[in-house]
Design a protein around this ligand. Sequence first.
Ligand SMILES: C=C(O[C@@H]1C=C(C(=O)O)C=C[C@H]1O)C(=O)O
Length: 460
Amino acid sequence: MLQPLQVLDQLKARLRETFALLPLVQGTGPVSLILELPHPLTSAPDLDGPRFHFAHNHRGDLRAGYGIAGEWQAQGPERLSELRRIAQGLRADWVQCDPDETGFNGFGMLGFAATPETSAASDDLPNALLWLPELALISHGGQSALVLTTQRPAERDDVLARWDAWLDRLVPLLGRPALDPLTPAHLDALGSTPDRDDWRTLVLNALDEIDRERLEKVVVCRRQRLQGHRRFDLDRLNAALSYLFPSCQVINIRRHAASFVAATPERLFTQRRDRVEADAIAGTACRAEDSERDAAITLGLQSCEKNLREHRVVVEAVREALVQCCRRLEPAEGPSILQLNNAQHLWTRLRGELNPGVDVFELAERLHPTPATNGQPRREARDWLNHNEPLERGWYTGAAGLVEPDLTGELWVLLRCAHILDRTADLYAGAGIVAGSDPASEWQETEHKLAAMSTALQFA
Ligand SMILES: C=C(O[C@@H]1C=C(C(=O)O)C=C[C@H]1O)C(=O)O
């Protein structure tokens, strides 16, 4: 196995060999240079400055981005159309140079808050963001690569100096083994918004609205603040989340000091060429310590009329959204059970063949928010939440993911997440309210959901 410093020398030599091929001086739009890495990556190190990180343990997928080669922000009802127009421009001009024939390409990150109206949240993430990193890492199927991106026109010497500096900072850290977890530390609970009493009132109000048939379902949420006795270490947190939730997408996004972190089981959709796949996840029960009791809880979830109703609302809404942009839709597969170590969910998968020209921006517009995180009917649920929910969701229940140069890609619903700054973490969780919901059980459900992040934070 090559040592990190040999890898650094090798990559710098390859950069110089291939640099002459890049059309940097003329034209506009991004240029990405993809260089093969000699061994698979197990993790992507944290570096100071803006970065994002997406890791899925079971799939063996890792993508990380550092620095900003380009970023575009939007807010308001047209936020996704605005970013789409920008992305279409990029698509037309983006040069991909893959001299090692890795098959990988440069990519961007798309993320947005729960609602288009929220102004920039306290955490310095804008409402909606399209971000091209200056340096990216990709690892998939045992192969990995590093991607350097710049905007054109650019001065050749400047670009070479910047890219060299990135390699110097990152490559020596790549071979480092994953950090061992620390002793689990106690976290202080600094309070929930809403608190337990206000939660009860909120759920009862939602039930009243459902009783009057103005809403069929609405998802209410709470924020729990936790404080640690040491500064949270984001690398350790990523490792703990990937270990505890191997079937979830572990996401970490930081532009300034604060980080937004999630370990989400819920994909909004995956688009590959003209194929789309979306998850409907709704209806939740806890897990048990012994397998017999656990199996009994699973059976209970599969036959619980209230949970099945809550689930059907989501499947139907996702199906209707896909019908609008698919020329063929396969029969829905489910509900089956998705088991995580803190909760289990009813899960249905929907697949289809897209109409020509549909891209991630259109799919995001049609699918987000599903009634899994908002409610049904969509507009009425959102209005009700805007008036009644006592907190700003920010990016919680928004979505984030990766966009390829052909504007296909994958987005994840931002759940089981926290906004983290130094020793303080604000965790978010919600629960779907339908006729028959009970405030105390729904509170308990949010406790199980919050446990995903609070357990991992103890090791960070
Ligand atoms: C809203 C959350 O989760 C959503 C709501 C669920 C439910 O109500 O059963 C299940 C999964 C998610 O779609 C959350 O985790 O905060």
